[in-house]
Write a protein of this length. Structure first.
Length: 416
């Protein structure tokens, strides 16, 4: 008899179960949440052991001390996967936010030594203890809002030694986090002032840091900000080639503010994901569709910076896999939690509520290379499960700011 230490029954269960193959959901399937009325999910030792409907859960053997709950018609679904955040930073950018919203240009602020550079200064000055405490708090806040897997990037160190310090702190936060943390080395975020215009040297030094990243297992992926006046495709090509050679995944901030051909480049190099893509060209979009490269939409930054958000319908029509993330950072997206990303994905990008839920769970798991491990309520997967305070999941996209996350389980343990 199947044994369980966690049983949630009487649910509107959203399984997000794979339809045929272990692939992201695209096109007409992009809004299929796999609903099961009067459903249940059971777990043991951190993994889902079975799902079903009606009273069939009564056949499971409860181990001593098992948690059992009749959720009385509420929604039970996979925990959110947030595949793009910059949680490792100190300091806020209130002034810059105000000047930008009254007309200053994001890239002009950056070129003048503010923006990302301001956060780099504040983060370098912060002690290890202070940064670790900030990371812990931010991961805890995300957990409270239903996130059970989160990507965290470095990127506010710039010079390799400082990037490595920040990656080690993220590794420290990961070791004690209640949820799964996927670490990314954002190796090329901005060019540090002392290097003048020597992008090639900066990239060489970042490549040099990969040895320590690999040795100490500090990151799963390497990222770069490929944008007009920041780094172009040719600058980052050797970095990504070296990263892939070292066995790391690659991901890009691609065509966020301008079309610089980064979306097509991401498809060509088989990036794990292409993120932002608000200004991707039609060619870029076709390339992403052909390669089935997951795209991570970051509507929070379009919202806070005020540029035209990515149009989800173009991507859905082209059958590009779509994920959603908060892009939490102190510059472009001080957005808290995946429910807000879902609201903005619907209101700004034109996703349907169900497409936004797919984008925040199973497709986001695929965007992190975890499409077989989390993001769906299927036997064998990690028991990352949330209970909503509603019987209709579309409320997530609708009642902005409502406290809809009732219970959060990560690897079968109640974490919020
Ligand atoms: O995803 N644009 C590049 N990176 C971040 C913002 C970083 C910052 O402004 O501090 C983003 O939008
Ligand atoms: Fe970002």
């Amino acid at each position: 008899m199947t044994q369980a230490d966690l049983v949630l029954h009487g649910a509107r269960l959203l399984t997000l179960a794979p339809l045929r193959e272990e692939r992201p959901r695209v096109g007409p399937a992009a809004g299929d949440v796999g609903p099961v009325p009067d459903g249940w999910v059971a777990a043991r030792d951190g993994a889902i052991v079975a799902t079903g409907h009606g009273a069939t859960h009564e056949r499971l053997e409860r181990v001593a001390g098992a948690i059992e709950r009749d959720v009385e018609g509420r929604v039970v679904m996979p925990g959110f996967v947030d595949p793009h955040t910059h949680l490792c930073y100190a300091g806020e950018r209130w002034e810059e936010f105000a000047t930008r919203r009254s007309g200053a240009d994001y890239l002009a602020v950056l070129t003048a030594g503010g923006g990302i550079h301001a956060t780099v200064r504040a983060t370098r000055e912060a002690t290890d203890e202070a940064l670790l405490a900030l990371l812990q708090r931010r991961i805890g806040d995300a957990t409270e809002l239903g996130t059970t897997t989160i990507e965290v990037k470095s990127g506010y160190g710039l010079e390799p030694a400082e990037e490595l310090r920040q990656l080690r702190l993220i590794a420290g936060a990961r070791a004690i986090a209640p949820i799964d943390v996927a670490v990314t080395y954002l190796a090329a975020h901005a060019l540090p002032a002392p290097l003048g215009d020597d992008r090639a040297r900066f990239i060489r030094e970042a490549i040099g840091a990969l040895a320590a990243v690999i040795d100490e297992k500090l990151a799963e992926a390497v990222d770069a900000f490929v944008e007009k006046g920041v780094f172009d495709v040719d600058d980052v090509r050797p970095l990504f080639a070296a990263a892939k050679k070292a066995g790391l995944a690659v991901t890009l901030h691609a065509d966020q503010l301008n079309d610089v051909g980064a979306a097509a480049f991401a498809a060509r190099i088989r990036a794990r994901s292409a993120d932002h893509v608000a200004h991707a060209s039609a060619d870029g979009l076709r390339a992403l569709a052909r390669a089935q490269t997951p795209v991570v939409l970051l509507p929070g930054s379009a919202f806070f910076v005020g540029y035209a958000p990515p149009e989800a319908r173009r991507f859905i029509a082209a059958r590009v896999p779509l994920a959603l993330a908060t892009d939490h950072n102190p510059g472009t997206s001080p957005l808290e939690g995946m429910p807000n990303a879902i609201v903005l994905g619907v209101t700004l990008c034109g996703l349907t509520p169900h497409e936004a839920i797919v984008a925040a769970t199973i497709n986001a798991a695929h965007a992190l290379g975890r499409g077989g491990r989390t993001g769906a309520l299927v036997a064998g997967r990690r028991a990352d499960v949330i209970v909503l305070d509603t019987d209709d999941e579309r409320e997530l996209a609708y009642r902005m700011g409502a406290p809809l996350i009732d219970e959060v389980y990560a690897s079968g343990k109640r974490v919020a």
